[in-house]
Design a protein around this ligand. Structure first.
Ligand SMILES: Cc1cc2nc3c(=O)[nH]c(=O)nc-3n(C[C@H](O)[C@H](O)[C@H](O)COP(=O)(O)O)c2cc1C
Length: 278
């Protein structure tokens, strides 16, 4: 029996994000139990950027529910992540959890490569902005294997299933979850499968998912992306993740080495401006 964890990033009970997760689960043929976690039910404080979690064996210094969420995440065999578009991006609960991601590095072995699918529920057709990129990025940065992520449209709670197309999407995501990872259809980054690019100049592009750069060329009317690996990868392989972890751990000694010079820079800004406090 597989344990599937549905991570919902919407505050709305029985909203479109929640019922998408449940619909996907109904079409998964692999025997499973569906555990559900609404991020908004948990106290997840904003990361303070202190890096203590990397060095302390007890983990993050903040007193909240992060470890409870991490535990269910680690215990899951597969993930369905679903969140609404808010102001052209993903609901902030997902980013707030992701911002605590330095704490995930202590569990790389157990988090690595969990099969996952993502859904973004969006009120107005075509108005998802960068929210699909947000969910793809979330899955990569929690070290999951993004089998497929999609946008579905529907504004009112339940409205997603007034459209047959969304039921079909749920079925497709259900089939994708435990299937071998499919080749991405359509133009995409050869490194990570990302399909969102920033133009750096007329031909140079940067993939907004893996943040690697390369050239875009058009051959037979089709764009192709020649994007290579960089010497600092975030999630392309487990070895790359472990290498990035070592880089992060090296921050302490880099800080100690350069402490004087860094202080010299920041000191010059100490007395500037009038702080407005709550
Ligand atoms: C604060 C807020 C901002 C929203 N921003 C967008 C938006 O930028 N684009 C869009 O198409 N829909 C937007 N919506 C609509 C939701 O994406 C849509 O209703 C979605 O189905 C909600 O999912 P839920 O039922 O799981 O909460 C917004 C909704 C709220 C409450």
């Amino acid at each position: 029996m597989k344990k599937i964890l549905g991570i919902i990033g919407s505050p709305r009970k029985l909203g479109n994000s929640e019922i998408m997760v449940k619909e996907i689960s109904r079409h998964i043929s692999v025997p499973h139990e569906l555990n559900l976690l609404r991020l908004q039910d948990f106290k997840i404080l904003p990361c303070r950027g202190c890096y203590q979690c990397l060095f302390k064996t007890e983990g993050c210094v903040l007193d909240d529910d992060l470890n409870a969420v991490l535990k269910v995440l680690v215990d899951a065999d597969a993930l369905i992540v679903s969140a609404p578009t808010y102001f052209l991006g993903l609901n902030a609960s997902v980013k707030c959890f992701l911002d605590r991601g330095l704490s995930f590095y202590s569990d790389i072995e157990r988090l690595w490569n969990k099969p996952a699918v993502g859904v973004v529920t969006t009120g107005i057709r075509g108005k998802e902005g960068y929210s699909l990129l947000g969910i793809q990025s979330f899955l990569k940065l929690i070290f999951a294997d993004d089998k497929d992520s999609r946008v579905v449209y529907g504004a009112l709670p339940g409205e997603v299933f007034m459209d047959e197309e969304n039921t079909r999407t749920a079925k497709e995501l259900a089939s994708a979850l435990f299937a071998p990872t499919a080749e991405r259809k359509g133009p995409c980054c050869p490194q990570c499968g990302g399909d969102t690019f920033r133009f750096m100049d007329n031909t140079t592009v940067r993939c907004m998912l893996c943040s690697n750069s390369g050239k875009m060329r058009v051959a037979d009317g089709r764009p192709t992306f020649e994007v290579g690996k960089s010497d600092h990868e975030f999630f392309s392989s487990k070895a790359a993740v472990l290498e990035h972890k070592q880089w992060l751990l090296g921050m302490r000694s880099r800080f100690i080495q350069q402490k004087k010079a860094l202080k010299e820079i920041t000191r010059q800004y100490l007395k500037q401006g009038i702080w407005i406090k709550p």
